[in-house]
Design a protein around this ligand. Structure first.
Ligand code: ASP
Length: 595
């Protein structure tokens, strides 16, 4: 064994690497006791390390001392085993185990460290409460499935680093204690001890620093960066997440797309051994919204949306006519072969639609001789025909239509489309549908605050001279995989004048712009290359690569959905001394409201 491969602690092999070709070799192994069994006086121990499990056999006659020690082992004790690898007797080969052709005949067994009884079995496939898993995360990570996931994550990071290094990108770390950078979420703040009354913000992204690195002439930057956003958690969103962040000088959209397509192709090949087709398809934001009602469409199946607004303008069906008159739209899709769904199933769809904020759902079951629908009597033959033609529905299909404001109708139908595809089993497995969504709106209306916001962030370049917030488009793009947004980016504004105009539209006054982003405006006075970039949510990518649906399963030490770290007990109350040093006094807790 070469010096680099020498195993720490005097081991000769990892448990999981032993195969038939090792038969006859003397080995030293260390690991955790997964299980022990006593079969007629012979003790069998399944010994586990991060590479897998191997069976160790302690025979009372052959090695009495080893056998005596093996007899008292309990789950999760750490032991050292010396012995010889031998082929298992015929009939006892275990095909389910990569090491299943061999076993290790123990010559010596030594207990290195004992274990309390673990609070849950350290094995795959057992139902364990997530809170318990998080509380004892080190035991959870010891389970083969979790060890595999963490190691797949490592391989992904390694593949990404190799790719960017090979393409001339420089890995630069940016500050974690810094100034707020707007990405649309709430900041985490850290009070300063030396600058009383002032705070740092944890970065929502390294956005401003990476742009400043372009001004610095670094040309191509990347970083696997920790980012922090204080927002509601979901199955695929965590406060403290990892972003693959990059920025490229003199880049056009095509340069950014080519860079990331190459990275994804290498990553999928390195981690999954799968070929990803490049270039990825491109769909403008407008087209995506029109055809799928979403800017992150799942394009693995059809069921595209049809706009029926014109067909129903002035309709005798009041609900539709009124929605259109009020400036809304009518959109529909056809669920193939679903005309026979029960009333209960259809009612569920109505509920599903309403839960997404739409006023209601109209369904038409298409038959050979017409349609069945609670509203059939209000619809003209032309309207029924338009609904069938628009959605492509034939006999046996179910047409689902929503009339509402454009945004609400799209949100509802996007949800229905996903729900129905799942229910009808229309989603092909093993398919990777990567897609660029391009030409996003540059601004979006913030209902709550009654003002225009940056759809991406305020450094995004407009696509043309049009800065009318209602119509302006941005040089901004997202990458979407199987209906999930993996990342966003844009070509940036590099002209301070244009930047000021965009701030202006966003209602950021010159004084506020100076206060918040003066450093950017100033840097842009010193020779700035045009530049653009992109950032990907690495945790979500690892979810795809490992088949997990919960983001916490791909993060070694995650927080609960209410932000607690059950292992360490964070967050915790600061001590009086810490507060005194920071000059902070905690406000009394608001009185609890009576139940
Ligand atoms: N900073 C952006 C984000 O976090 C990505 C980018 O524009 O490069 O979404």
């Amino acid at each position: 064994m070469s010096e680099e491969q020498r195993l720490p602690g005097g081991r000769t092999h990892m448990c999981g690497e032993l195969r038939a070709e090792h038969a006859g070799q003397n080995v030293v192994l260390m690991g955790w006791v997964a299980t022990t069994r006593d079969h007629g006086g012979v003790v069998f121990v399944d010994l586990r390390d991060r590479d897998g499990v191997v069976q160790v056999v302690a025979h009372p006659q052959d090695a009495p001392a080893a056998h005596a020690e093996a007899s008292r082992l309990r789950s999760e004790w750490v032991i050292r085993v010396t012995g010889q690898v031998r082929r298992r007797p015929p009939g006892t080969v275990n095909d389910a185990l990569p090491t299943g052709e061999i076993e290790v005949a123990a010559a010596g067994v030594e207990v290195v460290s004992e274990s309390d009884t673990p609070p849950f079995p350290v094995e795959d496939g057992v139902e364990v409460d997530e809170a318990l898993r998080l509380r004892y995360r080190y035991l959870d990570l010891r389970r083969p499935e979790m060890t595999r996931t963490i190691r797949a994550r490592h391989r992904a990071m390694r593949s990404i680093r190799d790719y960017f290094d090979a393409h001339g990108f420089v890995d630069v770390e940016t500050p974690v204690l810094t100034k707020s950078t707007p990405e649309g979420a709430r900041d985490f703040l850290v009070p300063s001890r030396l600058q009383r009354g002032k705070v740092y913000a944890l970065p929502q992204s390294p956005q401003q620093f990476k742009q400043l690195l372009m001004v610095a002439g670094l040309d191509r930057y990347y970083q696997i960066a920790r980012c922090f956003r204080d927002e509601d958690l979901r199955a695929d969103r965590h406060w403290e997440f990892t972003q693959l962040d990059a920025e490229i000088s003199f880049a056009t959209e095509d340069d950014v797309y080519a860079t990331f397509e190459g990275m994804f192709a290498k990553l999928w090949s390195d981690v999954l051994g799968v070929d990803v087709a490049t270039p990825f398809r491109r769909l403008s934001y407008d087209e995506s919204m029109r055809r799928y009602g979403s800017d992150k469409p799942d394009t693995r199946y059809a069921m595209e949306l049809a706009d029926l607004t014109e067909a129903f303008r002035g309709s005798g069906f009041n609900a539709f006519a009124r929605a259109i008159e009020a400036g809304g739209i009518v959109k529909a899709l056809a669920a193939p072969g679903a005309a026979d769904w029960s009333r209960k199933q259809l009612d569920e769809l109505v509920q599903e639609t309403k839960s997404r904020g739409a006023a209601g759902l109209v369904w038409l079951c298409v038959r050979d001789d017409g349609v069945d629908s609670p509203v059939a009597k209000f619809l003209s033959p032309q309207e029924v025909q338009a609904a069938r033609d628009g959605t492509g529905a034939g006999p046996g299909d179910l047409v689902l239509a929503v009339a509402d404001g454009e945004k609400r109708a799209n949100v509802a139908l996007d949800g229905l489309r996903r729900h129905i595809a799942d229910r009808l089993g229309l989603i092909p497995q093993g398919r990777w549908d990567f897609l660029w969504i391009t030409e996003f709106p540059i601004f979006e209306w913030d209902e709550e605050e009654g003002k225009w916001d940056a759809q991406h962030h305020p450094f995004t370049a407009p696509a043309s001279a049009d800065l009318d917030p209602a119509t302006a488009r941005a040089r901004a793009y997202d990458v979407v995989l199987n209906g999930v947004e993996l990342g966003s980016g844009s070509i940036r504004i590099h002209d301070p004048e244009l930047q000021r105009k965009v701030f202006d539209t966003l209602g950021i006054s010159a004084v506020e712009a100076e206060e918040k982003f003066g450093h950017m405006l100033e840097a842009f006075r010193f020779g700035v290359p045009p530049h653009g970039g992109f950032a990907l949510g690495l945790d979500r990518i690892v979810m795809f690569l490992t088949g997990h649906e919960n983001i916490r399963d791909v993060i070694a030490f995650p927080k609960t959905s209410s932000g607690q770290e059950l292992l360490t007990g964070a967050p915790s109350r600061p001590s009086d001394e810490q507060l005194r040093q920071l000059g902070i006094r905690l406000a009394p807790e608001p009185p609890k409201r009576a139940e």
